[in-house]
Design a protein around this ligand. Sequence first.
Ligand SMILES: [Fe+2]
Ligand SMILES: [Fe+2]
Length: 250
Amino acid sequence: MIFTNAPSDLDIVSDAIDEVNKLKGSDCRWDDLPTFDVDKDKTNFRQYEEACDRVKHFYKEQHEHLLQTAEAIRRDAKPEWMQVAGLVHDLGKLLHVFGSEGQWDVVGDTFVVGCKFSEKIIYHETFEGNPDSHDPVYSTEYGVYEPHCGLDNVMLSWGHDEYLYHVLKNQSSLPEDALYMIRYHSFYPWHRENAYQHLTNANDQRALEAVRAFNPYDLYSKSDEPADPEKLKPYYKNLIAKFFPEVIEW
Ligand SMILES: [Fe+2]
Ligand SMILES: [Fe+2]
């Protein structure tokens, strides 16, 4: 839909990241480094390479990812606000069109900055070259934060999730759980790996279930039948009108 003019490399990287997260969620834990050599993991690596080919091949269909996510949520009779969250959750990728510095600041798993890089972050070892890893404050467990200060008070790595959250937080009537789904859907170290428990507060803990409930629709709806935008237009136009003002500032 709206991404038809976006550069294809972004879509490919973004989809490959999703594919890796699917593989991570299946039969191999990413932090099981000592067992990286076993056949199972080699299989996963081959699957990853094949996945990259697949996402290239299905590039056109991937553009319907947002509709597919929303439709999967709708099929499960989840509330309208969650369908809408599915419909818009990746619109922050428009950042790439607006002048991002590269793929790194648009897509990819997000993580907390200002404190020790969690070992649950994908390719954690690559932070070795990041000066923050050796900073006397930023390399500590709490860094610049207070215990259980709440995710709203911590700074995450920049990406399409965080951007869209800031666009929508005051420009929609979406409930808090929908905003959590949008803001933290790439925050795998938290919602899948249970990292950063020492920074979250009770409200984050509550909303974690919402973020987790959203994740399968994001990851697994891409293999569904391609959605028909024309047929679905009236339904989603109506939903959009319910939750958003006529004009949204980006
Ligand atoms: Fe996303
Ligand atoms: Fe997505």
